[in-house]
Design a protein around this ligand. Structure first.
Ligand code: PLP
Length: 424
């Protein structure tokens, strides 16, 4: 399977039926599994057997989705989680505890920013933020012997900046620190961070992987390319885990990160993906490569249209030649930059509201990255408590409209935007 191209893996990876079995993964809606002998079950608890024994630890439908995303991202193992946020939380807690720190790009999803900047500090895990445009030297200064990971997004939500992998991965390799990459908005169809030095990849699968706004979920992919053995930064991988029969994770032949994450964090905190959501996400991924092509070409057309419109002040999408991240996008996302974009209407919040309400096809939603085009006006929704000045400082000016471009016919999307702009 490994040698197939990505669009083939989208359709075929993760589940291979035996004769007479269902062609697509069945939804194994069971918390528990039958055992006739004690030894077979004891082997599960000792990690000697990979058989299923309780759905908080693993489930066959979830495993099919995990297998598919592992293949797509070029990793060695994956863990399906209840949401993108639980995936990020569990990935961080696999490596960090009180007294440790995470170095994170300032331009990440708001929920991640809150988790790392507000919630995890309450547990004693510090977060040190850097700007994506900072130099390697500036990022390096934040790293010390308690740094357990550097965290970035390939394409940041909602800033729509593109990370400079060579710069960030170079810093991680120099200091032997894990690089965590949230690849939600790019997806492996447009960028495979493992090829640029990522060690752990995280997704909110609620977005493009599912693609249909049908299933909440998250996934952590272990790229299997980090040597934990003897690395003093990762003592918890090199010491016996008393809660797991003295297992030393760094001694495992493969999937060291994923095994620790599942054996400790999934076991203790739950938050595994539900079988029904895994099924929907699995079949959603069948069309990922096709959808991302269309999302990207549609967004590029809409961005070009808006960039020439007299009522538009600015447009942010990496496909535009004058976009600050165009060169990085050409390097890391050469086959398309995804469907997320933002633009500013010449006018104030009232005018933006008028524009939004005039749209007929494109709907107002907080969600992004599914097949249907949708918009959000942060100044009157997610950021409505902020003053005009505070909005500017947060990089969300009053006139900013976030547009998640779907896979409808591009002419219809542009026509809808055009008729709404005529009304303002
Ligand atoms: N990461 C990114 C880039 C996101 O956009 C989101 C949600 O929008 C998340 C993580 C969190 O995912 P979820 O909503 O599935 O918890």
């Amino acid at each position: 399977m490994k040698d197939y191209k990505l669009d083939t893996l989208c359709v075929q990876a993760g589940y291979t039926p035996k004769t007479g079995e269902s062609r697509i993964p069945p939804i194994v809606q069971s918390t528990t599994y039958f055992y006739g002998d004690t030894k077979a079950m004891a082997d599960c608890f000792d990690l000697k057997s990979a058989d299923y024994f309780y759905s908080r630890l693993a489930n066959p439908t979830v495993a099919a989705f995990e297998g598919k995303v592992t293949a797509l991202e070029g990793g060695v193992a994956a863990i399906g989680c209840a949401s993108g946020m639980s995936a990020t939380t569990l990935a961080v807690l696999t490596v960090a505890g009180a007294g440790d720190n995470i170095v994170c790009s300032h331009e990440v999803y708001g929920g991640t920013y809150n988790l790392l900047g507000v919630t995890l500090p309450k547990l004693g895990i510090e977060c040190r933020f850097f700007e994506p445009d900072d130099t390697a030297e500036e990022i390096e200064q934040l790293i010390d012997d308690k740094t357990k990971a550097v965290f970035v997004e390939t394409v940041a939500n909602p800033a729509i900046s593109v990370i400079d992998f060579d710069k960030v991965a170079g810093v991680c390799q120099k200091h032997n620190v894990l690089l965590f990459v949230d690849n939600t908005l790019a997806t492996p169809a447009l960028c495979r961070p493992v090829e640029y030095g990522a060690n752990v990849i995280i997704h909110s699968s609620s977005k493009y992987l599912d693609g249909h706004a049908a299933a909440l979920g998250g996934i952590i992919v272990d790229c299997g390319n980090f040597d934990f053995k003897g690395n003093p930064r990762y003592a918890s991988f090199n010491e016996p885990d008393e809660s797991y029969h003295g297992l030393v994770y760094a001694d495992l032949p493969s999937a060291v990160f994923a095994t620790k994450c599942r054996a400790q964090l999934i076991r203790d905190m739950g938050a595994i993906m539900a079988p029904q959501n895994a099924f929907l996400s699995y079949i959603g991924c069948d069309t990922l490569a096709l959808r991302m092509e269309r999302h990207s070409s549609n967004a590029a057309k809409v961005a070009e249209y808006l960039s020439k419109h007299p009522k538009i002040e600015w447009v942010r999408h990496p496909s535009l030649p004058d976009n600050k991240y165009h060169a990085l996008a050409e390097k890391y996302l050469p086959n398309g930059q995804g469907g997320m974009m933002s633009f500013g209407i010449k006018g104030d919040a009232t005018l933006c509201a008028k524009f939004m309400e005039s749209l007929k096809l494109i709907t107002q939603e907080t969600h992004v990255a599914d097949v249907r085009s949708c918009v959000l006006h942060p100044a009157s929704t997610t950021h409505r408590q902020l003053s005009k000045d505070e909005l500017e400082k947060a990089g969300v000016p009053e006139n900013l409209i976030r547009l998640s471009v779907g896979i409808e016919n591009p002419d219809d999307i542009i026509a809808d935007v055009a008729q709404a702009l005529e009304k303002v």
